[in-house]
Every structure is written in C-alpha cells, then in structure tokens.
Design a protein around this ligand. Structure first.
Ligand SMILES: [Zn+2]
Length: 262
C-alpha cells in the first residue's frame, strides 16, 4: 500500500482510493475487494458490539529467556516494538459481546515482530482458552503472524504444544473455538492453533502456509501451482472451511456460534 496523504494506491488493482472511502469500507478496496491488513485493535473494534471490549493479561512481557542478540539485542527490539505499537507483545486478548453473546477474542498484531508467537503470545492465548473453559465462553482467535518467534528459540516452539493441549481440553468440554486466518498466517501459527478451529475461516486472498514457497520448491524439487498458499487454494483443497469477506465476518461468526451452541 503506497500512501500519498489523503489518497493511496491499491496494491492489487492499482486504483487510487480516497483514504476515507477505504476506512468506510473496512479497509477493503472498493474496486477489487482486496483486503488490506488491519491491526489487532481495529479488528477487535469491528467484531465486538459497539466496538467495546475489556482486555486481559496486558502486563505480560517477555523476559528474553535466551539473552538473544541478532542485528540488535532482543530486549531493545521488544522495547522499540512496545513503543511503536503501544502493546506489550504481539497480541490483544479481549472479551465482550458479539451480537449479544459473550465471547473471548484474541487478535494477533502483525506489526509487533511480524505477529510472531513467543512465550507471551503463547501464555496469553493459553489463559484465554482457560477462561473460555472455566466460563464455557466461545473463543475466537484472529491470526496474522509469521510464525514462531526466532528470538525465543525452543521456548517459542513449546507454545505450539502448550496451546494445542489447552485447545484439546476446550474441545473435550464442547466449547466452540473459531479460527480466523488473515493475511499472512504462516509457520508455527499455521502449524498449531490457526488450523485447529472447529471452523477454520480465511479472509479472501490471504497468504496462508507453513514454509515459504521457495523452501518448498527446493525441498520437493517441483514447481508449485499458481495461487498456492492463498485462502482460495486452501479452501479448494480442504484446508479451510470457508472464506468470508471482512464485511460479513461478524455475522458469519455469530451464526456459526448459534449453530454450535444450540
Ligand atoms: Zn483494488
């Protein structure tokens, strides 16, 4: 998305769009329906009734368990991200009403180190699952993530198992969990909770995958088909249950919960 003051150009169709028109259309291109990325807080505002919700676990921060340094110290990276996003880590955990029904919604924040899942994201999601379980409150997770957080190494990988085990308990208790996969959802997030919903729902045109296409091509030594790793391709091949436009998502989730909770 290239911006020029009040106007911006759609990445997909090249149309010049008035920024206000894009906002009014939930950040979806009015011409070609390209779904622009939106941040976690905007997402929660769109899904909860009157845009109102309470937040949980906002005081959890990473302790940098590996004392990790890449091009800069992980602690410095975290601080910079916390300043620029106003969030302690790459997730907001919230509860409120969706068409009058109480739900928990966790939304990942792509702008915070690529929405990557480290110890904090793992713990925040696990606690949300446990609250859902205790109160028999449906859970929705909206993913936007590059996967596990490299800077926390094996600690981030352990989150996959921890979250998956907690989701299994939720499943055994018959409390619904709906997963919404937005652009992009990849790596360890796809390999765990994003694909474990009672329904796995993609936004149109989202990049969804595990490894990147180049790595796969090098591994299997085959050319990959067109549109590989898009929502549409995954729906066609049975990895998603539905593709739902952003404007229809709230109604769709409400109806799905009605169905699961009769
Ligand atoms: Zn467009």
């Amino acid at each position: 998305m290239r911006t020029e003051g009040l106007w911006l150009k759609c990445d997909a169709c090249g149309q010049i769009i008035w920024r206000k028109a894009l906002e009014d259309n939930l950040q979806v291109c009015p011409k070609c329906e390209h779904h622009f990325r939106i941040d976690a807080r905007t997402r929660l505002g769109l899904l909860f009734d009157n845009g109102q919700f309470e937040e949980f676990d906002g005081s959890l921060v990473s302790t940098d368990p590996l004392d990790f340094v890449d091009s800069k110290k992980y602690t410095a990276r975290l601080e910079a991200m916390q300043r620029s996003t106003g969030l302690p880590d790459a997730i907001i955990s919230a509860a409120g009403n969706l068409h009058g029904r109480r739900v928990h919604i966790c939304a990942l924040e792509l702008k915070f180190i690529g929405g990557s899942m480290g110890s904090v994201v793992g713990e925040v999601i696990t606690r949300a699952i446990e609250r859902s379980l205790a109160g028999r409150i449906p859970l929705i997770i909206v993913s936007a993530s590059g996967g596990a957080r490299m800077q926390e190494g094996a600690v981030s990988l352990m989150q996959l198992a921890k979250i998956s085990a907690a989701l299994m308990r939720l499943d055994e208790a018959r409390v619904p969990y709906l997963s919404v996969l937005t652009d992009p959802t990849t790596g360890g997030v796809t390999a765990s909770f994003a694909m474990l919903g009672d329904l796995n729902i993609g936004e149109p045109g989202a990049l969804i995958g595990f490894a990147g296409p180049r790595v796969i091509e090098q591994t299997i030594r085959q050319k990959l088909p067109d549109g590989f790793q898009t929502s549409e391709f995954l729906l066609q091949h049975g990895f998603l249950d539905a593709i739902v436009k952003r404007a229809d998502l709230k109604n769709y989730l409400a109806e799905a919960l009605d169905f699961f909770l009769v």
